[in-house]
Ligand binder design. Structure first.
Ligand SMILES: [Zn+2]
Length: 464
């Protein structure tokens, strides 16, 4: 068996692995390259790496950096296996991505036409390609072994990262011997609301481990949530308008969970909550369909109908006009809007209309990439440029760190050690982390002894 690394090698996007035996070709994830320097060409580059015949695709979870290039596999004739919830979320995320790709191509062509150039921009993919992928998706339960190709079975184990997220355990039989390979997917933090804790890595011959936060530990989740609650309760007493930029999948549902808890406690005045993101609204609806994947507390709230009653109290902004009305309002409110890093979406309008005002609060809870507007706010910018206008920052900007959907170094090591207190595998391959982060994690793992650590480059082939 050989496994080719297709992306997320020394970076945090473009996850993908090609598992090949004499009898089968199986793809694990096929994510989009995102962020600065992720050229379109890198995303379009398919032929050199993916064979014409694939027997199966297996997905760890629905984030775009793990599923975003699937629609490029024109003529894909095999099943795409994932947990039930991942199938639902992947459809939402891929449809949104197709709309963005199509919109970008139209805009680029318009601008080319204005300059007299040939309008030759083509969308990376569109809705038709996504339809084709969605029709191939097959949903599965956690912990069930499924045959995905000749000689290859797979099992999903909860990774506690977003709804439906999983580590994938593959058993590959070749020439009379069976090997176990585990792909961690993105590993979540323990003790996060809504989700269950990650299931530790089972014993394996080879493990692929993410390393996004391989160089640091998050502070304990309880401290982070206590700080978040304290800020929100204080702003309720102060009758503030609070703007919370948020990713649509995962973060928005976590924020709603915390706000529902605050309302239940009743220690601070009730402030209307607005979810101003059609995609976050749809993602929240999908979350509500999979209570069996929740932790005990959230499953109880869902089963008793309380979660539904509490969600009914949230004001949903579906239309742009509803969002615009909210832009102008000076009333106390908590507004959750995308995008998470403030580099697009409706949050930009909210910031433009409110950042200059004393008394407004901006609550930053997400990772903010270099160069994003969110990062400028975290760094204490006095003025920022939004829609080609300078806007002075008079709002109170607060940052709450530690809410990451990724485990820190300690969590990654704990996951990899499994339940037997010795490394789950003799070889571990570090991916999905920038070189510095995975380098520090590699040192920590090597120092513990008992395993060889590999830090591959893109297209490197691991033999087993
Ligand atoms: Zn992820």
């Amino acid at each position: 068996m050989q496994i080719t690394i297709l992306g997320a090698a020394g970076e945090v996007t473009g996850s993908g692995y090609l598992v090949q035996t004499a009898r089968a070709n199986v793809l694990i994830d096929f994510g989009m390259f995102q962020g600065r320097g992720a050229g379109d060409e890198k995303n379009r580059e398919i032929d050199p790496v993916v064979p014409a015949r694939l027997d199966a695709v297996v997905l760890t979870h629905a984030h775009l950096d793990h599923v975003g290039r699937l629609p490029l596999l024109v003529g894909l004739a095999c099943a795409v296996h994932a947990t039930h919830a991942s199938c639902a979320l992947a459809e939402l995320i891929l449809r949104d991505s197709a709309k963005i790709q199509e919109g970008d191509a139209v805009r680029e062509n318009r601008s080319k036409e204005r300059t007299g150039a040939t309008p030759d921009a083509v969308a990376l993919y569109g809705t038709a390609e996504v339809d084709a992928i969605v029709s191939r998706m097959r949903g599965h339960e956690y912990e069930q072994w499924i045959e995905v190709a000749d000689g290859i079975t797979a099992r999903f184990q909860d990774a506690g990262h977003i709804l439906g997220s999983a580590s994938v355990e593959l058993r590959v039989t070749e020439g009379g011997s069976t090997k176990t390979v585990v792909f961690s997917g993105d590993v979540g933090q323990k003790c996060m609301p809504i989700l269950r804790d990650p299931v530790p890595c089972p014993p394996a011959d080879l493990v692929f481990l993410e390393s996004t936060y391989g160089d640091r530990n998050h502070r304990p989740a309880e401290e982070t949530f206590a700080e978040l609650r304290a800020i929100l309760e204080q702003s309720a007493w102060q009758k503030r308008k609070v703007l919370v930029p948020s990713f649509a999948v995962g973060r928005a549902q976590l924020l709603l969970h915390v706000l529902a808890e605050i309302a239940r406690d009743g220690r601070s005045p009730v402030v209307p909550v607005y979810l101003d993101s059609p995609m976050a609204i749809r993602a929240t609806e999908i979350y509500s369909k999979f209570p069996d994947d929740f932790d005990d507390e959230s499953r109880g709230l869902a089963r008793s109908g309380q979660a539904r009653r509490e969600f009914a109290n949230v004001n949903l902004c579906v239309t742009p006009q509803q969002s615009r009305d909210l832009n102008e309002s000076w009333d106390p409110a908590i507004v959750i809007a995308g995008s998470g890093m403030c580099d697009g979406g409706r949050i930009l309008h909210h910031l433009r209309h409110n950042l200059w005002r004393h008394g407004v609060q901006v609550l930053l809870t997400s990772f903010m990439g270099q160069g994003s507007l969110g990062r400028k706010l975290v760094d204490g910018a006095q003025s920022v440029r939004i829609f080609r206008e300078d806007v002075v920052v008079r709002a109170d900007v607060r940052t709450v760190g530690g809410l990451s959907a990724h485990a820190g170094q300690g969590g990654l090591i704990e996951w990899f050690m499994g339940t037997s207190k010795k490394p789950a595998a003799p070889r571990v391959v570090l991916t999905h982390g920038e070189d510095r982060q995975r380098g520090v994690l590699a040192q920590a793992l090597t120092g513990m002894g008992g395993c060889t650590v590999i830090q591959p480059k893109r297209f490197e082939v691991i033999e087993i």
